[in-house]
Design a protein around this ligand. Structure first.
Ligand SMILES: *Cc1c(COP(=O)(O)O)cnc(C)c1O
Length: 480
């Protein structure tokens, strides 16, 4: 494909406005102004539109196919949420309107939305309060770890310097704990994919400040011993952190707060109407139990007789993001929650779990289930039997592209060899799930009879199999 710079012809333009007939005032000092125009490609409007449309068609996306990425959850994002976020009253707001009390009355609607969404998120998870500031799941984890540190510091427990993380955790968990200044102790899983309770108990010393758990964990399994874990944690005044990236598996059925969790993050991208792709943008609010409320990031929106106002909690850890984080993702999430309502939210988890178990039931003879237990919102297989024929998880992922599907997550979690982690989400039809399972079963057959063909897949896509490491390092589309 030609680079856009190669298509450039001097003087070629789209329709532009006439020159201004008033004096231009930029407010910038003259020495900061550019004297020579930047060396941008010069093209007609159609050239630009077609170039980028074609580029987008060379990609696989959630809007054109099933995208069963486990853990990262590329789900259907109702376009109504986009309409809500595009409302000029939200999209056109200047963030500094929240900076000065004299402007608050001009952004009451936005403040109300923050207030209401924080309240709804807290209620959904059985937390006392939440804050929308963090701008990613990992950022929510970091904020949660800082909240735990503030809590222990306040109680004079400086020796609490360790956080326990199971080996099935998302890699961001230990990373966030370390960035917040903690030591990390890893606890292994048992053969059933659950946390090893004996090893966990042995690691629970008085130095433990907190435990970070994902439930369902990244094996797609509900941690059945979660209440024992909570008890053991609270016995030494350690706080229990809930990684809420998988909240779609339990939403409306049970609440982390009721299970004993003290602090958590939500992934509004992934779970609540914004897709998680290419690392951003995101919104990873934190939720906290009562004893952590005083430390929440500030400023916080409060409701007063005269309207919504902003206050900084007395023991706040301070700001963790500019303004209110990625506010328009919060608008999408609010629209989504309002659209579903109480009963609809229950359906999300019911159908997400049903769909994953349907895929598991259809594929369990051809692929090796990673664990015997009952899966929640995602099902994990090990492609070790296929690998014996020379067909690895990566070959299966690439072959799926020839059937028109994006790959599931592969090689994660690291605890499962040749892992295929499939998350259908609640929004796919039975027909789509069946087409996907048919493709997987066909691939399993071909792995036995014609493994070489799978090793060179995909063959029907605009771009064949890439050296992914090189492609990421040498961003030169001419090599495609
Ligand atoms: C995605 C994910 C995270 C991190 O979220 P980001 O927004 O990518 O930082 C944490 N834990 C789990 C289980 C996840 O799936």
């Amino acid at each position: 494909m030609q680079l856009i710079f190669d298509k450039s012809r001097p003087g070629r333009r789209a329709i532009t406005w006439d020159n201004l007939d008033v004096t231009e005032k930029t407010g910038l000092p003259a020495e900061c102004l550019r004297m020579v125009p930047p060396a941008l490609p010069e093209l007609g409007e159609l050239d630009v539109v077609r170039h980028f449309t074609r580029l987008s068609q060379r990609n696989v996306g959630i809007d054109d196919t099933f995208y069963p990425l486990g853990s990262c959850t590329m789900k259907y994002n109702p376009k109504i949420a986009e309409v809500a976020a595009a409302q000029p009253g939200f999209a056109g707001l200047h963030p500094h309107l929240s900076s000065s009390e004299s402007y608050w009355e001009t952004c009451q609607g936005a403040l109300e939305l923050v207030y209401e969404l924080e309240r709804l998120l807290a209620e959904i998870a059985g937390m006392e309060a939440s804050s929308l500031q963090p701008i990613a799941g990992a950022h929510g984890e970091l904020t949660g770890a800082l909240l735990m540190a503030a809590y222990h510091r306040d109680r004079g427990h400086a020796h609490k310097d360790t956080i326990i993380v199971p080996d099935s955790a998302h890699g961001t968990n230990p990373a966030s704990a370390v960035v917040a200044g903690f030591k990390v102790v890893e606890v292994p899983s048992d053969a059933n994919g659950q946390i090893n309770l004996d090893k966990f108990r042995a690691a629970m010393t008085d130095n433990v400040a907190g435990i970070m758990l994902t439930c369902p964990n990244t094996h797609g399994l509900f941690e059945e011993q979660v209440q024992e874990i909570a008890k053991a944690a609270h016995a030494v005044d350690a706080l229990l952190y809930y990684d809420g990236a998988n909240l779609n598996a339990i939403i409306g059925q049970c609440r982390p707060g009721d299970l004993g969790f003290d602090v958590m993050h939500y992934n509004l991208h992934k779970t609540f109407a914004t897709p998680h792709g290419m690392g951003g943008p995101g919104c990873g609010p934190v939720g906290v139990a009562k004893r952590l409320v005083p430390y929440l990031p500030g400023p916080r929106v409060v409701k007063r007789d005269a309207g919504f106002a902003l206050v900084i909690p007395e023991k706040s850890i301070g700001r963790v993001a500019a303004f209110f984080g990625n506010f328009l993702i919060a608008v999408r999430a609010y629209a989504y929650l309002r659209y579903y309502g109480d009963e609809g939210l229950k359906d999300i988890s019911r159908v997400a779990v049903l769909n994953a178990n349907y895929i598991h039931a259809r594929l369990k003879e051809a692929f090796k289930p990673a664990f015997d237990g009952r899966f929640m919102h995602e099902c994990l297989f090990s492609a070790v039997p296929q690998a014996e024929h020379g067909v690895h998880a990566m070959d299966i992922a690439k072959a799926l592209l020839d059937y028109g599907f994006h790959a599931p997550t592969v090689y994660f979690p690291l605890t499962v060899k040749e892992c295929l982690m499939i998350e259908p989400t609640e929004t796919e039809s039975k027909e789509t799930l069946d087409q996907f399972c048919d493709a997987m079963l066909d691939i399993a057959e071909r792995a036995i009879h014609d493994p070489e063909a799978l090793q060179t897949a995909p063959t029907s896509t605009p771009v064949g199999r890439l050296d992914e490491v090189r492609a990421a390092r040498e961003l030169n589309c001419a090599c495609l």
